[in-house]
Each structure stands twice: as C-alpha cells, then as structure tokens.
Design a protein around this ligand. Structure first.
Ligand code: ZN
Length: 589
C-alpha cells in the first residue's frame, strides 16, 4: 500500500458531486491533521476550496472517529493507531481551469480542489484510483499522472484505474479530464503530446490545431535544449496533455508540470475548409504557446518564494514580471519562430501590447515589481478603477522582456540576447528541479544572472524598468534594431476619456473612466448610463457615430442615469488621443 491513497468517483454528475475516499496508513498518533489548499499555483488568489467539501467523516476499521475543525481549511481527526479512512464529497460546478467541474458529459478536477493533504506526510508517495460509476463506465481518463506499473494491475492508458504521484506537490499538479472528448496526438522531439477537446465542436479543424501546436512545442523544446532536444516534462510524466474545454466565449489557461488546462471560445478555433488564420485563432495559439512555455518558466524555473509552495496562504514574490511577463513575451515570439506568424503580424501583436500598457494611467502609479507582490489583492481583484490604479505584470512584464532583449542585442551586436538568459536560468534552476536539489531564483538575483549570461550589465535599467513607473524607452531601443515606433490616433472622434459598453438593453454604459479624462472632469463614473447628448438619445450601437459629429473642445449637455437617479452634466470633449502604437521595420538598422 502507498502511505497515502485516494479513490475518487464521479458519483453524482447531475448534482456535480465527486466522492472521495482517502486512506492514511500511518496517521499522526496525536490526531491526524488534514487540509485543503486555499489557492492553486499559477492563479494568485485565495479561493478557499474547502468551501466545496461536504460531509467529511473519518473511521478506523469499523470505528467512526471524531473530527474537529481547526479553522476554515483544516480538520483534526481523533487519535488512532491504525489505518485512517476519510470520506467526503466535493461539489464541482466551476467551469474554469482553477477548480473542478462535473456534469453528465464530463468531469474535470485539479487536485487542489479534491485531495486533502495529510499534514506531515506531504513528501510521501501517494496513489489515486479513479473509479467510474455505472453511468460513466464508457468515459475515458486523460491526465499526465503516471499509471501504476506494478504486476498485472497496470492501468491501461486512458482507462479508469490507479495512478501514482511521488508526493502531494506532484499529486495536485496533474489535473484530470474524463469523458468522451475529441483527442489529437502528436510526437515532437521524441515526446508524445495529447490534445483533448471537450465541448460541442462541429466541424472544427482539429488536425490543423495539432499541426500548429506541434510546431510551437518543437520550437520551444529546441529553444531551451538546443543540444539534447529533450522535452522538460519527461522528468515527471510519460506525455504532455493539453486539456481544452471549449465554450461560447471563454478564454484562459493554467499551467502544470506536464499538462495545461485551457478554456477557449469556439469562435477562436478554425473550421474545416478555412484557410486563413483568424485573429481569434492566433489568440488561441498564443495561449497554447504561453502555457507550454510555463513548463520551463515557473513550473521548473521558479522564484525562491515558491520553493516549496505553501498552499495555506499567499506566497509573495516581486518577480512575476519574469515568470508571467517573460512568458508573455515569448508566447507570441515563439509563434514567429515556429513560422506561424510573419514578421509583420508579430510586430502588430507587439504594438497592440504596447498600446494596452500605454492606455492605463496605473502604469505611472505601480511598478511591475509591486504589481507582482500585490497580485493577490490587486491584479486578481480588479475593479472598474484598475486601469487608473495598477499595471499588469503580464503586459508590462512582456515589455520589460522586450526592452531587456533589445538592450542586450544592442550592446552585443546581436551576438547575445534574452534567450541566453533564459537558457542559463533553465540550466541553473530548471533542468533538474524535480530530480535534484530544488532551488529558486532569489528576489534580487536577476541582474547578476543576466550579466553572467550575456556579459552586459543592465542592473540600472532593470531597477528602473521593474521598480520604477516611467515608460520604458522602447522607441530608442527598437530604432537600433531598425524598427520605428510611432503613436497614432485610434479614431477621429473626440475623446471622452472613458470606455463605453452596451448593456443587455442596448444602453451605453461607462465601463471604465480614465483619470483626468473628459468624463472624469465632467463628474461621470463607471456604471453611469448615458441617456442623451444635446437632446438626442444615446444608444450603444450608434454612440460612436453620434460622437463623431463633434469636434474636440466642444461642450455637450449630457443626461445620464446613476443607478436610478437622472442627472445631467456638461462634457467638454477632448482631442483624440495619440495612443495607438504602430511598429514598422524601417530597414536601416
Ligand atoms: Zn501565465
């Protein structure tokens, strides 16, 4: 027997319940403590997964044991000397990559939502038996967990059966999808990959998606391991799994050591017979590239603050601009290097990121280092004022990567680049993370590392870019590589300093109001519904045209609802902002 074992069953798909039985061979004689994580690595928010646990009971042999709650996440079982069994039910009805979801068509779970941790036994190997019910017997199982290999009990791939993990940290880092999905497979650099698509998906060109994904994976493996071309996940799994749940409108992903869970919009996937690459499909491939890059950068190269994860409380680091920002920089760059994007397409994507960062006044208030440190209560808890208050360590972090990459290239005549820094981090921290001594990147170590990898001292620039709030000197850096950066007006209509969103009734509601913009100065706020301008009705669908009939500097009488109160104000229209970035190759370097 394994010291810790679990059995999980999709017991009641209609009511969204998984049943779990956990056995601990040698429980703590003082009274075993168990807990559920409060957060899932990769998503930096306290989510209190324990709130979905129902009816926890404990027994040893045939004797029931008392359980005491220590706090919202921990339970202590009455002392017992023999094998301890815990039984509980988990409500699984969160259709995101972070929790668990179960209905009549499929089941998905992250270990952090369903597997209690046996305190003091986290380093022990554990096993998981995934069992069907009568109604789900025809389902298949997709996971990067390793099937047990012993004797005749070997679990067949994709079958219900028994899987194992070397410790709790590994156990909760291999999510499981079960059902009857569409599956594509491919092998690159000798490593097998599976793409699992769940959802109603008529006419989707799955082969094309697999072909493009294979190119991305190959480019990334060769990037980090130009010599050995060894896939990183072979240290903990036999294959890599992309598990994608497709809906009408969602987007997101969460990285794991040998798999990723994605949600994608059906509209973003290519259909049979479609030759061109839509913007939505590029976005989907960017997401695939992003999560796969994390297999190296955050799942193996980690900040020291994550070594090991403490799943009971926030783990604070100011380095997410490296782990999310650099990953965001390389996700699209890898599409270019894999031959999926042309250079012009790539420059357009880069320009879009520069535009996005440039639009938020929050970039002058928060540094990317602070954005990372405060991710738990700011980036992950954004409200209507986020653009005025915070900067994203994803988007600005990716521009920091660009600026450093250009800085290195400019200083070395393109002989060195950020690629060399990534490969040094990989060899120093990542390559043997799960097989050797676990060490992470210290908070103040990066500048020295960059210098060691490239010979270039960028410490001052790194401090300014990551701890300061000035705009990055991208135009000057890009010019030396023969790329011109220009700012243009996005449209000709005057600017109201706010974004407008249509309500379900077609009304024009202010979604975000920019600090010191025209709307702010007129006393308008996010959530206000515009009713009329100069006596004419405002509707979301025709708002832009209505506004385009005015000139910058003109005043307009605006009537609006705040909640159910009718109010009016005078709006002084601003000049169209020059806030759209354009990048063009100018030729001469
Ligand atoms: Zn990421």
């Amino acid at each position: 027997m394994h010291p810790v074992a679990y059995q999980i069953t999709p017991a009641d798909p209609a009511a969204h319940y998984f049943d779990i039985e956990m056995t601990i061979e040698k429980p703590d004689r003082r009274g075993q403590i168990v807990s559920l994580p409060t957060w899932i690595p990769g998503s930096y928010l306290i989510r209190d997964f324990s709130r979905h646990i129902q009816s926890l009971t404990a027994s040893t042999g045939r004797s029931p044991l008392a359980i005491r709650k220590l706090d919202n996440h921990r339970w202590q079982v009455a002392p017992c000397a023999r094998r301890l069994t815990l039984r509980y039910r988990v409500y699984a009805w969160d259709l995101s990559v972070r929790c668990a979801h179960l209905d009549m068509t499929h089941g998905f779970f992250n270990g952090t939502s369903v597997f209690l941790r046996a305190h003091g036994q986290e380093r022990q190997p554990c096993q998981v038996t995934i069992s069907p019910t009568e109604a789900t017997r025809h389902w298949r199982v997709y996971t990067s967990l390793r099937p047990v290999q012993r004797g005749r009990n070997r679990t067949q791939i994709h079958r219900f059966g028994t899987y194992e993990a070397p410790d709790y940290d590994a156990l909760v880092d291999h999510p499981v999808e079960m059902g009857t999905p569409h599956v594509e497979t491919f092998t690159v650099c000798g490593a097998r990959h599976e793409m699992v698509f769940t959802g109603v998906l008529p006419n989707v060109d799955f082969r094309r998606i697999a072909r493009d994904t294979a190119k991305i994976c190959e480019a990334q493996i060769r990037f980090f391991e130009p010599q050995s071309q060894r896939a990183p996940f072979l240290d903990s799994a036999d294959h890599y799994v992309f598990m994608t749940y497709v809906t009408g409108k969602d987007y997101g992903g969460l990285e794991h050591r040998a798999s990723t869970a994605l949600v994608a919009s059906r509209q973003d996937l290519p259909v049979m017979g479609q030759a061109e690459r839509s913007d939505g499909y590029t976005t989907f491939l960017g997401l695939v590239s992003h999560e796969y890059f994390h297999t190296w950068n955050i799942k193996r190269i980690k900040p020291q603050a994550f070594v090991p994860y403490d799943l009971s409380q926030p783990n604070l680091t100011s380095l997410l601009w490296i782990f999310e920002g650099f990953t965001s920089y390389y996700d699209d760059l890898m599409l270019l290097r894999a031959g999926i994007l042309e250079e012009n397409d790539y420059l357009a994507l880069l320009a879009k990121t520069i535009t996005t960062v440039h639009k938020g006044a929050g970039r002058h208030k928060q540094s990317v280092a602070d954005s990372s440190f405060d991710a738990w209560n700011k980036y992950y808890r954004q409200d209507e004022n986020a653009g005025n208050a915070i900067v994203s360590y994803y988007t600005k972090g990716s521009l920091v990567a660009l600026a450093l990459d250009l800085g290195i290239r400019n200083a070395t005549g393109n002989k060195k680049s950020l690629d060399d820094v990534m490969r040094l981090m990989w060899s120093r921290y990542g390559r043997s993370f799960y097989t050797g001594r676990q060490r992470g990147l210290e908070e103040d170590e990066f500048a020295a590392l960059l210098k060691q990898a490239t010979g270039v001292d960028l410490r001052q620039a790194i401090d300014a870019y990551t701890q300061g709030t000035e705009d990055l000197p991208l135009a000057a850096l890009l010019r030396k590589q023969g790329i011109a950066l220009e700012w243009k007006a996005e449209r000709r209509a005057p600017d109201i300093g706010a974004t407008v969103r249509a309500t379900p009734a077609g009304e024009a509601m202010l979604a975000q109001v920019q600090e010191n913009g025209a709307s702010h100065l007129a006393g308008l706020s996010a959530g206000d519904v515009l009713v009329a301008m100069d006596g004419l009705r405002i509707e979301a669908a025709t708002w832009e045209k209505q506004l385009a009939r005015y000139q910058a500097g003109q005043q307009a009488a605006v009537v609006y609802f705040r909640r159910d109160e009718l109010r009016n104000t005078t709006l002084t229209l601003g000049a169209p902002a020059n806030n759209k970035c354009e990048l063009t190759r100018s030729g001469a370097a």
